[in-house]
Design a protein around this ligand. Structure first.
Ligand code: OAD
Length: 231
């Protein structure tokens, strides 16, 4: 089976009802990321940081995977599919995709502040001051903040290098190192970029840009790829 690598960003979840970051009315139009998504913010105002992620988690529990998340699951019948997502939501998982790497962490998990290997599922939507890991330290959201390392990037680069086909969906491609992943994909590999506003900042060989919403385009693209698959 051929290997399909799918790189997703906030745009794939927009039609489920989750805000993107940089569109009009996006998350970073209403919040300053330094104040809610950085180690400095955590040191300065822990309650505010917890509240920001609690609200996002609450909203996540109210939405469902859309046609794009669901269509990607079908690809697994005829391809080895690896999804590399910048999203902290769990909509790929809930749609049924099996192989998902979360570059920027997972909203429904918490992590110890003294031992990064201690990661827990969050029951419900709230993580509170006083919620502690088994070593007694405050739990923080298991997400990558601005100014922090992206540990999963090493695995993601290896996955990108192995791709036979790449599909990029709903990302502005401005946040590094995630935005640089496409450069590791060999030139001859066919690449699709699905984003209504795509086009200004991606310079790679063999790129087909489809300027439309994921929920409309992805199901058709998946059908086309299923038809040409060698089983
Ligand atoms: P952005 O908000 O930067 O970009 C979202 C992209 O989705 C834009 O290019 C939109 O045009 C596109 N889009 C909107 N609706 C769409 C739809 N229905 N179908 C397809 N595309 C659509 O979000 P990301 O690129 O994911 O990081 O942002 C990258 C990172 O920046 C995030 O993971 C987050 C943020 O700060 C951290 O929090 C560490």
């Amino acid at each position: 089976m051929k290997k399909i690598v799918v790189l997703t960003g906030a745009g794939i979840s927009a039609e489920s009802g989750l805000k993107t970051f940089r569109d009009d009315n996006g998350m970073w139009k209403n919040y300053r990321f330094e104040e809610v998504a950085s180690p400095i913010a955590w040191d300065r105002d822990r309650e505010l940081v917890l509240e920001f992620y609690n609200l996002r988690r609450k909203q996540l529990l109210e939405v469902e995977p859309n046609a794009a998340h669901k269509a990607l699951v079908k690809l697994e019948d005829k391809y080895h599919v690896k999804i590399i997502t910048q999203n902290v939501d769990d909509l790929h998982e809930r749609a049924g995709s099996k192989n998902i790497l979360h570059l920027h962490g997972e909203l429904r998990k918490s992590r110890s502040t003294v031992d990064e290997n201690l990661i827990y599922n969050i029951e419900g939507w709230e993580l509170k001051t006083g919620d502690k890991c088994e070593k007694g330290s405050q739990l923080r959201p298991h997400v990558v903040w601005f100014g922090e390392q992206v540990p999963q990037i090493v695995s993601a680069i290896e996955i990108a290098k192995q791709a036979d086909i790449v599909i990029v969906i709903g990302t502005s491609m401005v946040v590094y190192p995630a935005a640089g992943l496409i450069k590791y994909v060999p030139d001859e590999v066919p690449k699709y970029l699905i984003d209504p506003k795509a086009g200004k900042n991606v310079y790679v060989q063999n790129l087909k840009i489809i300027k439309d919403k994921a929920g409309i385009v992805v199901p058709h693209l998946v059908d086309d790829l299923m038809n040409i698959a060698i089983s």
